[in-house]
Design a protein. Structure first.
Length: 203
């Protein structure tokens, strides 16, 4: 397998942590420099027409993009240490929280970064006003996450899962827009320190 990856980008890191939790250490990694546009080539577009990372290329040439789809392939192929749940309820709850995190936390953080930094202005039109609004949307999720972690050890229940991966990667990436939990979020801070102790956190 090959993983088309990029340092600092949140979704590739999600896949790296997922792989680390699965003990997959023999995957070839191809690093892209996104600001330079390594991902914009026609050759890469043949692997993912959206020209985004991560992409997992299988030995038979099949290319899988989107972190959630890569999660699914890896979970089915390497079921030990399940990260997407085992029972029907667990699977549904993990997917529910992972999607909530993507739509209400990760995407707004990334939009705020893109539109506020102008780092990709060669391929998009930044809207500074949207950067501020997107940051506000992301900040609102802190209260939801705080309440959830007051009720459970991990985001989707009592077991570490893919939802925790999305949450911690987004929380770390949110530093670029100066968005951090504070003392009013003790459960997030407790959970965050717990997640940072896992070896996969440094993936």
């Amino acid at each position: 397998m090959k993983l088309y990856d990029a340092d600092y980008a949140p979704s590739p890191r999600r896949v790296r942590i997922f792989m680390a939790e699965k003990g997959l250490t023999d995957v070839e990694t191809i690093k892209f420099d996104l600001p330079k546009g390594d991902n914009l080539s026609d050759e890469f577009a043949a692997k993912n027409p959206l020209r985004k990372v991560p992409v997992l290329e299988l030995d038979d040439g099949t290319c899988i993009s989107e972190a959630a789809a890569i999660y699914r392939y890896l979970e089915e192929s390497f079921p030990e240490n399940p990260l997407l749940g085992t029972s029907a309820v667990d699977k549904a709850v993990i997917e529910m929280w992972d999607r909530r995190l993507e739509f209400a936390f990760l995407y707004p953080v990334f939009q705020s970064f893109q539109h506020g930094s102008g780092i990709f202005k060669d391929r998009m039109t930044p809207v500074p006003e949207w950067a501020g609004e997107a940051r506000n949307i992301a900040a609102e999720f802190f209260d939801i996450l705080e309440q959830r972690l007051a009720e459970s050890t991990y985001v989707a229940g009592e077991q570490f899962s893919a939802a925790d991966i999305t949450a911690v990667v987004t929380l770390d990436f949110a530093k670029v827009i100066k968005l951090r939990p504070g003392e009013q979020h003790p459960n997030i801070l407790r959970w965050y320190e717990q997640i940072k102790q896992r070896p996969s956190y440094s993936a």
